[in-house]
Design a protein around this ligand. Structure first.
Ligand code: TZP
Ligand code: MG
Length: 211
């Protein structure tokens, strides 16, 4: 994967959008120029079973239409079944090397919260690591407290070729902070889900990421 693909990484599930218009929000974001999408269907009220799978397929189809990589959160089985571009996992989702083996050459993203976790992800050939929450977030249940950018900076020094995406409370106003610390891109939920003008917000993010 190219570092640039992490630049504007949109993450969303139906829980994150008020209206039942997840596909409209996604298409808006795709038109605006997001560089990657993660289907993260979790939390209270998340879809399950056939509804979950069919929503994932619809999102995947839309991403394919815009040529944007489609990543699924947590669910190895779904990643294999839909043949997604990649899978994103957290520390609670199993051993990184095992999951790496199972998904073959598909992209693997791993959320890490310490230098040790970053090292394990690196050696297990993760394609990128997600680091956060940088700032406070309302979008993750039981999110740890804001961690700032120390781990981003440390990971950049220790593993310069490992792509890093920052997450947690990031908007066009503060994205420069994790980027300056060494992140290759920013992952956002609410900044785009709750924006009245997604196109403009993405343009602003673009300016900052590309600077
Ligand atoms: N992991 C760490 S923070 C977070 C996740 C999934 C939520 C990010 O959402 P927002 O709305 O961009 O703060
Ligand atoms: Mg997880």
């Amino acid at each position: 994967m190219k570092h640039e693909q992490l630049q504007i990484y949109f993450v969303m599930g139906s829980v994150n959008v008020k209206e039942s218009n997840l596909l409209n929000v996604l298409e808006d974001a795709l038109k605006g120029g997001i560089t990657m999408f993660q289907f993260r269907e979790k939390g209270r009220g998340a879809k399950k079973g056939a509804e979950y799978e069919s929503l994932a397929r619809e999102c995947q189809r839309l991403c394919q239409r815009y040529g944007v990589p489609f990543i699924v959160n947590d669910d190895v089985e779904l990643a294999l079944k839909l043949d997604t571009d990649g899978l994103h996992i957290g520390q609670e989702d199993g051993r990184v090397e095992k999951i790496r083996e199972r998904i073959g050459s598909r992209w693997l993203g791993v959320s890490v919260h310490s230098r040790d976790e970053a090292e394990i992800a690196y050696h297990a050939k993760a394609d990128y690591v997600g680091i956060g929450p940088v700032f406070g977030t309302q979008s993750k249940e039981n999110a740890p407290p804001p961690a700032g950018t120390a781990l981003i900076a440390e990971t950049k020094v220790l593993f310069p070729d490992l792509p890093i995406v920052a997450i947690g409370g990031i908007t066009a106003s503060n994205a420069y902070i994790p980027l300056k610390a060494g992140a290759d891109g920013v992952a956002v939920i609410s900044a785009l889900c709750e924006s009245d003008n997604r196109k403009e917000h993405i343009s602003k993010l673009k300016e900052i990421v590309i600077l």
